[in-house]
Design a protein around this ligand. Structure first.
Ligand code: AMP
Ligand code: GLY
Length: 429
């Protein structure tokens, strides 16, 4: 099978790497990809947002399967362009991607499908926002209705800050605060049926102990030894299947990864958000442990034939990913700082260095430099979470660049749902 991965980040690197290790996959292409992906796949300088160009590239390389990584092209309808060319694509249509593209839409679908989630009010004016804040009470949760590249949500006890965030958005969703550890569950969907992957946890705040601003994710691990073993089954029955049924009923079936962000509350799992793609870095440890072929799974989903392949299997053990971010992240990022040690770190047994924001630069031979907020993710597999964590940090210690930021407590307390407590920065309180 020939495959084409669309996107530039760590998620796309992890997906492309898993495809390259699948004996059923003969070629991996990426557009535009990144230097990490370029080490084992063919890169093509095509704009991921340009549907016709992506479809033309897929035809040119003879792709049997196109995997679209990020939400922006999905919400822009790039999967539709590929599907219209008769090529199998793992990723939802523009309409189905609205489960991530509009918070108000996803709340409406959850309500229609009876999915357990936070109570919410969709507000268009400052008066409506104020009324909703007072009705739902602190801690306040205010979400920009539209895609905001991870900057759309504010969780705070400060009413003025909640109002100010809302004032900077268009339509917003004000939500009830959900208290409990956060879990990421990825469901591979073919429009009518779905298989869950193994749950993961993402550490979202920039600093140790769940402090500082929210980021796209500073690290992750899987599996979750403390989580109820029936969590995937419960979420499939209460969340994923009803959502797929509702989307199909509306004539907009969901094909791709339904990312269910959950809070495990005292009343059971509640949906915090839906995304229409795999999470990064949360999917990285999950893919490291996948024992069954990824290409066959995603191809079957893309073709609406998931039932013809076996559910995904995972190996024993655990995996931990530690993100290395650049100076200024998440408010800003630095570019062009020389990175050293990636080859050595990648050479450590059971470690993969995943590229998220890197570039090749330099007149006298290419040098690897920083090119984004999250620069690299060091992922390790081990016997258990503690072992994988030790291996990931040992390898991460080999990598250096000016201004490197990383957390030292990723997966340090697998039993604690520490980062559930990241829901509100203690400094906000
Ligand atoms: P989202 O963009 O919806 O993932 O929100 C970003 C982060 O804000 C989530 O990962 C949570 O940590 C937090 N958050 C969002 N909604 C809620 C909620 N209803 N209750 C508590 N925390 C939330
Ligand atoms: N790690 C969170 C996300 O991918 O949205």
């Amino acid at each position: 099978m020939k495959t084409l991965v669309i996107g530039t980040g760590g998620r796309e690197h992890a997906l492309a790497l898993a495809l390259s290790r699948d004996p059923g996959v003969s070629e991996v292409h990426a557009a535009p990809g990144n230097p990490g992906i370029g080490a084992f796949a063919t890169l093509h300088p095509v704009d991921p947002m340009d549907g016709p160009a992506v479809a033309a590239l897929a035809a040119e390389v003879g792709a049997d399967l196109v995997v679209i990584g990020p939400e922006a092209p999905l919400v822009a309808g790039v999967a539709d362009a590929v599907r219209a060319a008769g090529i199998a694509v793992f990723g939802p249509s523009r309409e189905a991607a609205m489960l991530e593209g509009s918070k108000a839409f996803s709340k409406e679908v959850m309500a229609a499908a009876g999915v357990p989630t936070a109570g919410s009010r969709t507000c268009a004016t400052p008066e409506e926002v104020a009324a909703a804040l007072d009705e739902l009470g602190p801690p306040y949760v205010v979400k920009d209705d539209a895609l905001a590249a991870g900057k759309g949500v504010v969780v705070t006890r400060d009413r003025a800050a909640a109002l100010a965030h809302a004032a900077g958005c268009g339509r917003v969703v004000v939500e009830e605060f959900l208290d409990g550890p956060e879990v990421s569950l990825f469901a591979v969907c073919d429009g009518t049926t779905a298989y869950p992957l193994q749950p993961a946890q993402d550490f979202k705040r920039i600093f140790d102990g769940g402090r500082g601003p929210n980021t796209g994710g500073m690290g992750s691990y899987s599996p979750l030894p403390w989580a109820p073993p029936d969590l995937p089954a419960t979420v499939m029955a209460e969340v994923v299947q009803p959502t797929l049924d509702e989307m199909a009923r509306r004539g907009t079936p969901f094909v791709g990864c339904l990312y269910v962000g959950l809070a495990l509350t005292a009343d059971g799992p509640r949906v915090i958000e839906f995304n229409c793609r795999f999470g990064d870095p949360d999917v990285q440890p999950v893919l490291a442990l996948l024992a069954s072929p990824l290409g066959e799974l995603l191809h079957a989903a893309a073709r609406g034939r998931l039932g013809e392949v076996a559910p995904p299997r995972f190996r024993d053990g655990a995996s931990v990913t530690v993100v290395l971010a650049s100076a200024g992240y998440p408010e800003s990022s630095s570019k062009g700082d020389v990175i050293t040690g990636v080859g050595r770190a990648n050479g450590v047994a059971d470690v993969d260095v995943i590229h998220a924001g890197t570039a090749l630069d330099g007149d006298d031979g290419p040098r690897l430099v920083t090119a984004g907020g999250r620069v690299l993710a060091v992922r390790a597999v081990g016997y258990d979470v503690a072992d994988a964590r030790a291996r990931a940090y040992a390898a991460a210690d080999l990598v250096a660049f000016d201004g490197l930021q990383r957390r030292s407590d990723i997966a340090a307390e697998p039993l604690g749902a520490v980062e559930g407590a990241s829901l509100v920065d203690p400094a906000d309180g």
